[in-house]
Design a protein around this ligand. Structure first.
Ligand code: DQA
Length: 145
């Protein structure tokens, strides 16, 4: 059977992981996380398409592409757009593929403006607060969908 395709979409500033506020986001880079996901994905019969952009519209386009490519699931860490983007909320609502919201940190323990998630209003579920492990837990959840 063909591998299940999983999109892993990353929003603004996540290209700086490893260097960016490591006390909050850890020392692993996005490439490190991508390699871990690819390896675990192989064991689960899933192929991982990982993307990052600092631009909101690129994330919207990849959500549409995930649907059109017949993806099994999307893992989405929208970074700060989580807390601002009605466009991403609408994009998730415009597709059928389940979207799992992912965060390295736990936004609920942080500033008040991070307590609102537009993504979470349409996501299948949310995994937050486990550092890079949040992505791995989300992949396991995607495998079980
Ligand atoms: C984040 C949490 C957001 O509040 C923040 O803007 C990020 C990263 C996380 O993974 O913990 O950029 O999504």
């Amino acid at each position: 059977m063909a591998d299940k395709l999983v999109y892993v979409l990353n929003g603004p500033n996540l290209n700086r992981l490893g260097k960016r506020e490591p006390e909050i986001y850890g020392s692993q880079t996005l490439d490190d996380i991508g390699a871990m996901l690819a390896e675990r994905g192989r064991a689960l019969g899933m192929s991982v398409a990982m993307h990052q952009s600092n631009h909101e519209g690129a994330l919207v386009d990849w959500l549409h592409e995930a649907e059109d490519s017949g993806a099994h699931a999307v893992l989405l860490n929208a970074g700060a757009y989580t807390h601002t983007s009605v466009a991403l909320l609408d994009a998730i609502r415009s597709i059928k593929v389940p979207v799992i919201e992912v965060h390295l940190s736990n936004p609920h323990t942080r500033e008040h403006f991070r307590h609102t998630s537009w993504i979470g209003m349409a996501a299948k579920g949310t995994i937050a607060g486990f550092g890079a492990q949040s992505y791995m837990l989300a992949l396991e959840a995607a495998a079980g969908l």
